[in-house]
Design a protein around this ligand. Structure first.
Ligand code: AMP
Ligand code: ZN
Length: 476
């Protein structure tokens, strides 16, 4: 049996009951990282939101199949296309590595970072570079259907050809055309038209042949291609940060719906931004923290997850180190209590279980769920009952409430010990390519490896509910 859930759908601007295409089984596509730099805790807030969605659905009895894309090419905005700045290639040049090496390195770092905050691995991590033919197929179809046009080897989407353009971001096509930034490109029919395929020009790396000449894909077409390759032309939920609503998701709707002739995504869900001193935490602005930095300062990365749980995902959250330190203390105290209460006698549990389910099923109301946690802790329920409830809820909260101060690093999943062994040997032989590849493989299993002077150390991210659809290696 599975319980109902209500979610806020950006498309209709209201909370709706979630009705999956196949009852009891939910398909979720989450916009993932561009792997040319490390993720910061702002990015992690958006991925924690997606993780909470998956865990909540599973807790309520649904099966979940999640895909998260890895953008290992381009990710260019229209302005950047015009300026010819490719972040992947800029990083490759600066770090004196190939684009592929950059992508592998930062993909592994990403998987480790999400494991640090107990985000469970998605079933699929499709990489954009593995889906170029599929993107070209979609682009060709859009040209055939009159939604795209070719100018000197570059293909543009004709936004005026899609009547619903603007429906997600609540803009009319006219407003969007008028609001287009930067120098108008004289080759575009409308300034708001976006690039599906960009002619290579002088570029020689990360370039593919195509019916329109050598080039590379736009960022938006990647997500239309990968989501429908994995889930078919209809799936349930699409997640991302609010900054993805326009243009990225608006463009994805225009591409996918024009190509397939019907609505593709049922529910669009967007998490709001993490702020630092009043500004959006951002890589480009340089105001950010990595989760490893928090760790180096002695904080439990899960204290950050605890902070993320305190705010509704649809509101901005201001990050501060003081609050993080406070969360650290509360979390440590909660774990000590759970350890103390664990073997105490159980007793009646009141309506706590129901109220917890109701909170999270109401569009992921984690602030309400966390208020309930504190109410429970201070209640007069039997200690054993409190511990049992908290440990059950932790399947969703993911705060390792069952971790005792002396607990070991966790139990390794099957096969991980052998990979750790091989990695140790690869490092000893200074074969860093192999050791990085093994680290990525381990991270996909939820095992985080860190290197220290005494050798490699590992920690297992605690999974919640085992699901047959989880943890596959769906690498595109
Ligand atoms: P990017 O690497 O910039 O494409 O961002 C990856 C994901 O992180 C996207 O889904 C963004 O919406 C999200 N994101 C970027 N900055 C923030 C922030 N300050 N707070 C929350 N999410 C963010
Ligand atoms: Zn996307």
């Amino acid at each position: 049996m599975f319980a109902r859930m209500r979610v806020y759908n950006t498309l209709n601007r209201r909370k709706e009951e979630l009705r999956p295409i196949q009852p009891g089984r939910v398909t979720i596509y989450s916009c993932g990282p561009t792997v040319y730099k490390y993720a910061h805790v702002g990015n992690l807030r958006t991925y924690i939101f997606a993780d909470l969605l998956c865990r909540t659905l599973e807790y309520l009895g649904h099966q979940v199949e999640q895909a998260m894309n890895i953008t290992d090419v381009g990710h260019l905005t229209e302005d950047e296309f015009d300026r010819g700045e490719d972040k992947m290639l800029v990083s490759a040049r600066l770090e004196n590595r190939s684009a592929e090496e950059i992508a592998d390195f930062y993909t592994a770092a990403f998987l480790e970072d999400i494991a640090r905050v107990n985000i469970r691995p998605a079933a699929h991590y499709p990489r954009a570079t593995h889906y170029i033919p599929r993107m070209q197929e979609l682009i060709a179809r859009l040209i055939d259907l009159g939604h795209a046009y070719v100018v000197e080897g570059t293909v543009y989407y004709d936004i005026a050809s899609f009547g619903d353009y603007g429906k997600l971001s609540n803009n009319s096509t006219e407003q969007l055309i008028a609001g287009a930034r930067g120098e108008p490109d004289p080759r575009k029919r409308h300034p708001g038209d976006f690039t599906l395929w960009k002619h290579a020009g002088e570029k020689r790396v990360q370039v593919w042949n195509s019916p329109w000449g050598p080039g590379f894909p736009g960022w938006h077409i990647e997500c239309s291609a990968m989501s429908t390759a994995l889930f078919g032309d209809r799936f349930d939920i699409h997640t991302g940060g609010v900054d993805n609503v326009f243009p990225h998701h608006e463009a994805e709707i225009a591409q996918s719906e024009a190509a397939f002739g019907h609505q593709v995504v049922g529910y669009w869900m967007h998490g709001d931004m993490l702020m630092l001193s009043g500004h959006r935490m951002a890589k480009s602005a340089g105001n950010f923290f990595r989760v490893t930095e928090l760790e180096e300062q002695g904080h439990d990365p899960l204290a950050y997850r605890y902070l993320a749980l305190q705010a509704k995902y649809r509101t901005k959250l201001n990050f501060s180190l003081e609050q993080l330190a406070g969360a650290d203390r509360v979390l440590r105290q909660m774990r000590e209590r759970v350890a103390d209460w664990h073997d105490a006698p159980d007793g009646p549990r009141g309506d706590y279980a129901e109220r917890f389910r109701a909170a999270i099923a109401d569009d992921l109301d984690f602030p309400a769920a966390m208020a309930l946690v504190s109410e429970l802790v201070h209640s007069d329920l039997a200690a054993g009952a409190k511990a049992a409830l908290l440990l059950d809820w932790d399947r969703v909260l993911g705060l390792d409430l069952g971790r005792t101060p002396s607990a070991d690093a966790g139990e390794l999943p099957p096969g991980a010990a052998e990979l750790l062994d091989r990695r140790e040997k690869a490092r000893a032989a200074k074969d860093y390519a192999t050791s990085d590849a093994l680290r990525a493989e381990l991270a996909e299993m939820g095992v985080v490896v860190t290197d220290s002077r005494e050798g490699q150390k590992w920690k297992v991210a605690k999974g919640a509910i085992p699901s047959p659809l989880r943890g596959g290696n769906g690498r595109g």
